[in-house]
Design a protein around this ligand. Structure first.
Ligand code: 6GU
Length: 229
């Protein structure tokens, strides 16, 4: 998969993909992340990429021309499955969306700043708008990093234990069960006996029950949708 990220703050996107799983995904040739500094593509002087909004009001808006130029240049080079705009008024990002996006070959992600981007770019270029939650970030970069991480780890071959993505919280619509490691007795706080019993069926049953219990307590709404799709 190839992901092209358009941003005014490319530095913000260096570290998130330089470590751990995302680093491995790229080293294995399974994921390519390319960031594009919008200021390198603007036809305006002094790297200008934003301007006052028509009709007045506080806050700058990202101009359409620089964005259109980068997007068009990328589209000449390959076909994109989605052109995504990161915005707090987008569709709420969730695991199902990550699963779907992980099947794409090429994605463009546009990071918004200031008051947002000129509406005409959304109308004529953007195919999908994503928000990562009901709060406002100062720009789309951190949100884009969240999406790339969630999608990138699902690419076949990225996880060492192929089954482990399947047992993630949310993957079957329920939260993951609690996990323990050594020592079995830590300050008198003991690991549940069942995990030490050696019977995989019993352990699986316990984990399933814990998942359901945890989901019922913390996110009861998830159970209404569990098992669908
Ligand atoms: Cl995608 N962008 C910004 N700026 N804020 C957000 C967001 C995105 N998702 C939640 N808050």
């Amino acid at each position: 998969m190839r992901i092209d990220i358009i941003t005014v703050l490319p530095e913000l996107l260096e570290s998130p993909f330089a470590h751990s799983m995302m680093k491995r995904a790229q080293a294995r040739g399974l994921l390519e992340v390319h960031t594009h500094d919008l200021r390198d593509h603007t036809p305006y002087k002094h790297g200008q990429v934003d301007d006052y909004q028509f009709g007045g009001g506080a806050g700058m808006v990202m101009m359409p021309e620089p964005l259109a130029l980068v997007i068009e240049k990328l589209k000449e080079e390959r076909q994109y499955d989605e052109i995504i705009f990161m915005t707090p008024d987008g569709l709420q990002f969730e695991q199902k969306m990550a699963n779907k996006l992980s099947l794409a070959a090429n994605l463009i992600i546009i990071c918004g700043h200031y008051k947002g981007i000129d509406e005409r770019i959304r109308q004529h270029f953007v195919s999908m708008e994503i928000s990562i939650g009901d709060y406002v970030l100062s720009g789309g970069e951190l949100a884009a990093a969240v999406v790339v991480d969630a999608v990138g780890r699902l690419l076949p071959g990225v996880l060492n234990d192929e089954t482990s993505a399947l047992s993630d919280s949310y993957q079957d619509g329920v939260l993951a069960p609690p996990v323990y490691t050594r020592p079995a007795d830590f300050r008198g706080w003991k690991v549940p006996d069942v995990l030490l019993c050696g019977d995989p069926k019993k352990i699986e049953a316990w984990r399933h029950e814990q998942s359901l219990q945890r989901t019922a307590e913390r996110r009861p709404g998830l159970l209404d949708n569990a098992g669908q799709e």
